[in-house]
Design a protein around this ligand. Structure first.
Ligand SMILES: C[S@@+](CC[C@H](N)C(=O)[O-])C[C@H]1O[C@@H](n2cnc3c(N)ncnc32)[C@H](O)[C@@H]1O
Length: 278
């Protein structure tokens, strides 16, 4: 049982914006509780808290709603008690906050449509939200291969999307993603769109595996999640292992002459990378 994994239905703030909104909310409440000491400061903090706290709900409100299948999958992920997993301490912790969710899922769907991808690769599937979202945007006959190291969560995902007409487009490969990428490369598979969302320490290795070989079909688009890592890359103090990995990854991408990229402040950061023309 991992102490940091949150209780069902009580997700922690895990993006720069939600962490900021949470802090501002607490400060605003403290200032209000302090009474009349400084009403202007209290009002400023309340306004700042409303600005930060209202943004994500507003984005969600004006984004095309998720499908019933995606909503059900998100609800089942939130209701699951992830603290019970790996009681013997051998399994890597999984948590409800890993799920990308409505606005990021819809963004990925838009990218599938925009690239007209027929072959999509996901590295890091968890309960399958982003996989199913992208599959919903794929035409019939197209395919998404999802890499996931954890057999238990892969089975959970497959149970969650059973019944969705788009589930048949998803092929799950259980195992370490780098080994799966080598197998896919050896089989001559190519992907027009790749979503990287697995262990942060391997992000650079995933990018190199895609670029060094022919796995990325031209022109090819790579989307990489969590590239803001809760603000750790620019905050003072010692980053976590994931924070350090993401800071190093962002530098690696910026220094790679083969690609151009943009880091979009969506949720915990989504970097879009494309191979430059030769
Ligand atoms: C952030 S979650 C993925 C979230 C998912 N893309 C979504 O949007 O709902 C990361 C997943 O990567 C998996 N993972 C971690 N290391 C991996 C590896 N080496 N190979 C494949 N999957 C891995 C974890 O088990 C976890 O399920």
């Amino acid at each position: 049982m991992t102490a940091t994994v949150s209780a069902p239905g009580r997700p922690r703030p895990v993006t720069p914006l939600t962490i900021l909104a949470d802090r501002l909310d607490r400060l605003a409440r403290q200032a209000a509780a302090a009474g009349q000491a400084d009403p202007e400061l209290a009002a400023e903090l309340r306004a700042a808290s409303q600005l930060a706290g209202g943004l994500d709900p507003y984005l969600s409100q004006w984004t095309t709603p998720e499908s019933p299948a995606l909503r059900r999958l998100a609800e089942r992920t939130e209701a699951e008690d992830w603290r019970r997993r790996g009681g013997d301490g051998t399994a890597a912790p999984l948590e409800q906050e890993m799920l990308s969710g409505h606005v990021e899922g819809q963004t990925l769907k838009m990218l599938v449509h925009a690239t007209r991808a027929q072959q999509v690769l996901e590295i890091g599937m968890f309960t399958g939200y982003s996989a199913l979202a992208m599959a919903e945007a794929l035409p019939d006959g197209a395919q998404l291969i999802a890499c996931e190291i954890d057999a238990e969560v892969a089975a959970f995902a497959q149970r969650c999307w059973a019944g969705s007409p788009d589930a048949s487009k998803i092929e799950v490969r259980v195992g370490p993603a780098l080994a799966t990428l080598a197998e896919l490369d050896a089989a001559g598979e190519q992907f027009e769109l790749v979503f990287i969302d697995a262990d942060k320490a391997s992000y650079a290795a995933y990018l190199n595996a895609l670029l060094d070989h022919e796995l990325l079909a031209p022109p090819g688009l790579i989307c990489v999640d969590n590239t803001l890592m809760q603000g750790q890359p620019w905050l003072p103090g010692e980053p976590t292992a994931n924070g350090a990995a993401i800071a190093a990854f962002n530098q690696t991408v910026a220094a790679d002459p083969r690609v151009e990229q943009v880091l979009i402040p969506l949720r915990d950061g989504l970097t879009l990378i494309r191979r430059r023309e030769a």
